[in-house]
Design a protein around this ligand. Structure first.
Ligand SMILES: Nc1ncnc2c1ncn2[C@@H]1O[C@H](COP(=O)(O)OP(=O)(O)OP(=O)(O)O)[C@@H](O)[C@H]1O
Ligand SMILES: [Mg+2]
Length: 296
């Protein structure tokens, strides 16, 4: 089932197009990363689908429309972090959150357990570390047992231990079958936590799909032979060869990590072609991210 379908979403602020004709489909149970550098339109996109920001054009549909006007009851988000009262305990604060959200049977003990704050259930919020405050905000988002969680840069400002804890919590929530949509500007985070990713830059969608496919470890190859058309034809049929593009006198393509130059040479030779140029470049995820977000 499509949890969220976004069609041609566009949001402009004066001369700035924050989100440009975005199309995206997020399926049930996916942990969907929206990955992009600062200012790429991640928060704007999340704000729009939460109904906080009004788009200029385009539309979106939650849960294929099955909940009608009640759909917000099924979405928990960290975008609208509740104001917690400093002198109250997490339990009291969550009771207030639940009351405001009109949640009849809040699962306070359960969510405190999920975010690992059970031991601090009676301490005042003001005594919490920044990481604990962030975890309480996650607890607040979870309180109505929503089907979907929306997190905007959930690990921002946390120290390495805090980052690891929040990532673990997200993975645990995902393990319960919830759909998670999270914005991040950290490639490594998306790779570690997400099943799917959409890469955006300056409001434009550059790529989307399964993390394994989009952020793959494929190596880039430059290759040439006298008969470039035939070379392309042979390569396109060879398993493990992807994304062949014509660069004038040579072809650029991606091959799976374990493919060797010898294999490519033999493939050409067996088909009556002599390779005149062959360069295989190692490809790190970091370089792919930079490549994918650079100059487009
Ligand atoms: N209220 C606003 N008024 C004017 N411009 C805005 C407003 N909100 C966002 N923008 C602009 O829209 C663009 C996208 O911003 P957005 O906050 O969605 O990016 P982001 O990907 O969330 O960035 P970050 O990683 O820094 O959080 C930016 O150029 C930003 O300056
Ligand atoms: Mg943002």
């Amino acid at each position: 089932m499509a949890i969220l379908q976004i069609n041609g979403l566009t949001k402009r602020y004066g001369g700035i197009t924050a989100v440009n004709n975005l199309n995206l489909e997020i399926g049930a149970g996916e942990v969907y990363g929206i990955l992009g550098p600062n200012g790429s339109g991640k928060t704007t996109t999340l704000g729009a689908v939460l109904g906080i920001i009004k788009p200029n054009s385009g539309s979106f549909t939650w849960f294929e429309g099955k909940y009608g006007n009640e759909e917000r009851m099924h979405i928990g988000s960290l975008l609208e972090t509740p104001n917690f009262y400093p002198y109250l305990s997490p339990v009291k604060n969550l009771e207030i959150t639940a009351h405001i959200k009109r949640i009849a049977a809040p699962r306070i003990d359960k969510v405190l357990e999920i975010v690992n704050l059970s031991q601090r259930r009676d301490s005042a919020f003001s005594t919490f570390s920044y990481g604990m405050k962030q975890r309480l905000a996650i607890a607040a988002a979870l309180i109505g047992d929503p089907e979907v969680l929306i997190f905007d840069e959930p690990t921002n400002g946390l120290d390495p231990q805090g980052i690891a804890e929040v990532r673990e919590i997200i993975q645990q929530i995902a393990g319960e079958g919830k759909t998670i949509i999270m914005a991040s500007h950290i490639l490594d985070e998306v790779e570690k936590v997400c099943s799917h990713v959409a890469i955006i830059k300056r409001g434009n969608l550059l790529a989307s799909g399964e993390v394994g496919a989009i952020l793959s470890n494929d190596r880039q190859v430059d290759i040439a032979a006298e008969n470039l058309g035939k070379l392309r034809e042979i390569l396109s049929k060879f398993p493990g060869v992807n994304n062949i593009s014509d660069k004038g006198k040579l072809l650029q393509l991606q091959v799976s990590q374990d493919m060797t130059a010898t294999q490519l040479n033999k493939l050409a030779f067996d088909n009556g072609l002599i390779i005149s140029h062959l360069v295989m470049k190692p490809k790190s995820l970091e370089s792919e991210f930079l490549e994918i977000t650079a100059g487009k």
